[in-house]
Design a protein around this ligand. Structure first.
Ligand code: AMP
Ligand code: MG
Ligand code: MG
Length: 323
């Protein structure tokens, strides 16, 4: 089913991105299955890139460019991306697409006004660990649950649409359908999963598993959680908020980037939650915004009083994280 050209651009973009993200998820699974990860260190030993990150980004950017030639796309893995012969440009217009409702205020955007932030593989640390540990060991840690593909759509510096694909959703459920794609439009709706509220009467915080620091831990202690879930990936942590498994995502560190938060923020806000920096200030997503979220991340599930938790973050933690 080709996507009708008279549908709002945002509906077409989200719908196409659902199909593209899911295709990229297949590339990520294939590369892990083959076992040739081609690991490269980026900024340091805890910041890795694999062939799966590269190939998934090539697929996503080439496919989006083909369908939406005038949008600005910023991908985590940079701009070296020319297609090699083994890559296929995926044509989402050839696929049955999801029906995405668009709120009236976002129904007449032009391609030139849109910025798309792409994290082709969020949770690379856990993906490479799953490979290193081998099946017997990584299954018990459920490391592949931490991997997501993130396509975030921004307009006027705000996250307005997001796609979170989980390539390994259900991978440990016998007979379960492998993979899931969740999408959201701010002021519109969330599709692809049931939304669940976190339990009342306790506070469950999720945070990083592989990029911790004393500042990260000070911020967590200050909100007095009953439980802390240390897991990988910004996409996965926001999924925990949407699934009712955690109330808050606390990350008082400058390590996270715009491509980590744009898609999760849009889906979370479409579901009634909030994502800001650790000081409660909105994160800007203009094409010229610095890539790094240098003032950290604080996200709350729907119904959680975000501002109260911003106020609990200690001043020395806030002072440590400078824009
Ligand atoms: P985490 O919660 O540690 O999985 O991090 C969420 C996202 O932010 C992932 O894409 C990480 O690669 C990125 N990130 C967080 N902290 C750092 C850091 N110190 N260095 C590089 N990337 C980081
Ligand atoms: Mg990431
Ligand atoms: Mg990544």
């Amino acid at each position: 089913m080709a996507l009708a050209q008279n549908m709002p651009l945002l509906s077409r973009l989200v719908s196409s991105s659902v199909a593209i993200a899911s295709h990229a998820g297949g590339i990520i699974r294939d590369i892990l299955k083959k076992g040739e990860l081609g690991i490269v260190e980026k900024e340091n030993a805890s910041d890795l890139q694999t062939e799966a990150d590269r190939a998934a980004q090539r697929c996503i950017i080439s496919s989006l460019n083909k369908c939406f030639p005038k949008i600005t796309i910023i991908g985590e893995e940079g701009e070296e991306e020319t297609l090699d012969t083994s890559d296929k440009v995926f044509d989402p217009d050839a696929m049955p697409a999801v029906n995405v409702k668009c709120p009236s205020e976002l129904s007449s955007l032009a391609e030139e006004e849109i910025v798309v932030w792409v994290d082709p593989l969020d949770g690379t640390a856990e993906y490479t660990q799953a490979h290193r540990l081998g099946e017997l060991h990584h299954l018990s840690l459920r490391l592949l649950d931490h991997v997501t593909v993130l396509i975030g759509i921004a307009h006027s510096g705000k996250a307005i649409g997001g796609i979170i694909h989980q390539p390994y959703f259900n991978y440990q459920t016998p007979g379960g359908k492998l993979g899931r794609t969740v999408w959201g439009v701010v002021g519109g709706e969330v599709g692809g999963m049931p939304l669940t509220s976190p339990p009342e009467g306790k506070l469950i915080v999720t945070t990083t598993r592989s990029h911790s620091s004393s500042t990260v831990n000070d911020a967590i202690s200050a909100v007095s959680p009953d439980e802390v879930l240390r897991v990988g990936g910004a996409g996965h942590k926001v999924m925990l908020l949407l699934e009712g498994k955690a109330h808050l995502y606390v990350f008082a560190s400058p390590g996270c980037k715009k491509w980590d938060t744009c898609a999760p923020q849009a889906v979370l806000e479409a579901a009634g939650g909030v994502l800001t920096d650790i000081k409660g200030i909105p994160i800007p997503y203009h094409s010229t915004a610095p890539h790094r979220n240098s003032t950290g991340v604080l996200a709350s599930a729907a119904g959680i009083p975000h501002k109260e938790f911003v106020n609990k973050i200690p001043q020395h933690v806030k002072d440590n994280l400078k824009a």
